[in-house]
Design a binder for this molecule. Structure first.
Ligand SMILES: [Zn+2]
Length: 87
C-alpha cells in the first residue's frame, strides 16, 4: 500500500481546516425552520425570525410585523383575524 500525501485539501477543494470548521458550524448551528414556532417567518419575502403568530389559515407561524399586516388585511376585508399570538 503506497503512502498517501498529507491531506491539506478537503472534498470541496478548500483548505481542510476551513472545511472542517464549516462542517462543525452546520452541525452546531441549525437555521430556524420557516413557518415553525420560534422559527423563521413563513413569509418568503421576510427575514423575520422568532415567529410566534399562528396563522389558522396556513397553519404556519409568522413574525410580529407580518401577522399584524395579515390581521389588518382581514379587518379591512371584514373578516376575523386569522393570526393568533402564541407566547
Ligand atoms: Zn415576517
Amino acid at each position: 500500500m503506497k503512502s498517501e500525501p498529507i491531506q491539506t485539501e478537503g472534498a470541496a477543494g478548500l483548505d481542510i481546516k476551513t472545511e472542517v470548521a464549516v462542517e462543525e458550524f452546520w452541525q452546531t448551528y441549525r437555521p430556524p425552520m420557516r413557518g415553525e414556532y420560534h422559527g423563521r417567518c413563513n413569509n418568503a419575502l421576510c427575514t423575520g425570525v422568532d415567529a410566534r403568530w399562528y396563522n389558522v389559515a396556513s397553519t404556519l407561524y409568522y413574525c410580529d410585523d407580518c401577522a399584524q399586516r395579515i390581521n389588518e388585511r382581514c379587518r379591512q376585508l371584514g373578516g376575523r383575524e386569522i393570526c393568533e399570538l402564541y407566547d
